[in-house]
Design a protein around this ligand. Structure first.
Ligand code: FAD
Length: 158
């Protein structure tokens, strides 16, 4: 099967956008990701998928902790920054919980300890056990067919 066809098919699934953050040796690192899902209520588990070429992979393997920051619709630039899509470097001011960096003004900061790890092809799946949650009101940043968007509520069908 052609890689492009597979990518196009996956791009038909609209998602929110997250920035995964962690800290190793006193250095904060962030990476944009949309491969995120809720897994279990008891215990509270979530899943992320990190590519083998991403610097984030080694960082989470070392810290055994990560934060999933769910971006608001005002945070497209933050997403582009942490996806390496902006030319210029930026200083980012993080908030911190338990020594882990949080993206300020995200809709949710989901602070996790690594619960289990599974290599799957060229990605590694990390299941995280949720330890802390910070929530804010707002609308989500979304991603569909390689483009950013927002969220429009449909009126209920009658
Ligand atoms: P780098 O490429 O080194 O870092 C990414 C960028 O973040 C760099 O520009 C760096 O300067 C900046 N940065 C990092 N830390 C800081 C800091 N403390 N302060 C300021 N800037 C900082 N890849 C996946 O593996 N899984 C996914 O689910 C996934 N989903 C994606 C969804 C979207 C919408 C997009 C656009 C990309 C996605 N990617 C995903 C690709 C991934 O975001 C990029 O490949 C990314 O560049 C890999 O990051 P890295 O860990 O290698 O770090």
């Amino acid at each position: 099967m052609d890689d492009r066809v597979f990518r196009n098919a996956m791009g038909k699934f609209a998602t929110g956008v997250t920035v995964i953050t962690t800290e190793v040796d006193g250095e904060s690192h962030g990476m944009t990701a949309n491969a995120f899902m809720s897994v279990s209520l008891t215990p509270k588990l979530v899943l992320i998928s990190i590519g083998e070429k991403a610097r984030m992979l080694d960082k989470i393997q070392r810290s055994q902790k990560f934060v999933v920051n769910l971006l608001s619709e005002e945070q497209q630039e933050i997403s582009m920054l942490f996806a390496g899509q902006l030319k210029e470097k930026r200083e980012i001011e993080f908030d911190y919980i338990d020594g882990l960096p949080l993206i300020q003004n995200a809709l949710a900061n989901i602070v996790c300890d690594v619960y289990s790890t599974q290599v799957a092809g060229d990605h590694t799946l990390f299941i995280g056990e949720v330890k802390e949650l910070v929530l804010k009101d707002g609308e989500p940043l979304t991603f569909f067919q390689g483009k950013y968007g927002g969220f429009i509520e449909k009126t209920p069908a009658v």
